[in-house]
Design a protein around this ligand. Structure first.
Ligand SMILES: [Ca+2]
Ligand SMILES: [Ca+2]
Ligand SMILES: [Ca+2]
Length: 146
C-alpha cells in the first residue's frame, strides 16, 4: 500500500539498499575510524558489513563506489592472524577474498593493520579485501536485518 511505498522512498533517500529483504546496507558518505564506524552501525541497530557468502559480496560489489575503500566488520582483536566477524559469525565458515598480497599488516604506521575493508579498485569486479590501519578514516558499510 501507500505506506510501504513511502517507506521505500524514504529508504532510497537516505541511501539504504536492501537485498532480497533479508539484509539492508547503508553506505556511509563520511570517512571515520574503524571503531567509530562500528559504533555508528550499532546506533542504526546493525553492525559493519559481514560478508557471509559470495552472493552478498557480489551484490555489494555492484553498489559501492569503486574509488573508495570501505570498512567492514572484520577485525583482528587479539593476536595477529586471528580474524573475527563483529556479529559472531565464525570466520572459518566464510570465504575470504583477500586482494593480491593481502593481508600484509603493513607497518607504515606503528599500529600495523588489524581492521578489514573492501579494497578500492579501478574497474567493476568482485571487491577484494584488505587489512588497513584501524585508526585511519575510511567510508564504511553497515548491515541491518530487513
Ligand atoms: Ca551479511
Ligand atoms: Ca594485523
Ligand atoms: Ca593491507
Amino acid at each position: 500500500g501507500i505506506l510501504v511505498l513511502l517507506l521505500l522512498i524514504l529508504l532510497m533517500v537516505i541511501g539504504i539498499k536492501c537485498k532480497h529483504m533479508r539484509s539492508c546496507y547503508l553506505l556511509s558518505t563520511t570517512a571515520v575510524t574503524w571503531s567509530k564506524a562500528e559504533e555508528q552501525c550499532r546506533t542504526l541497530g546493525g553492525h559493519l558489513l559481514v560478508v557471509n557468502n559470495v552472493e552478498e559480496l557480489d551484490y555489494i560489489s555492484k553498489i559501492v563506489e569503486l574509488r573508495y575503500s570501505y570498512w567492514i566488520g572484520l577485525v583482528e582483536r587479539e593476536h595477529e592472524g586471528h580474524w573475527s566477524w563483529v556479529d559472531g559469525t565464525d570466520f572459518n565458515s566464510t570465504l575470504t577474498f583477500w586482494d593480491i598480497g593481502q593481508p600484509d599488516d603493513w607497518d607504515y604506521s606503528e599500529n600495523g593493520e588489524d581492521c578489514g575493508q573492501l579494497h578500492a579498485s579501478q574497474i567493476r569486479k568482485r571487491k577484494m579485501l584488505n587489512d588497513a590501519d584501524c585508526s585511519s578514516p575510511y567510508k564504511y558499510i553497515c548491515e541491518t536485518k530487513a
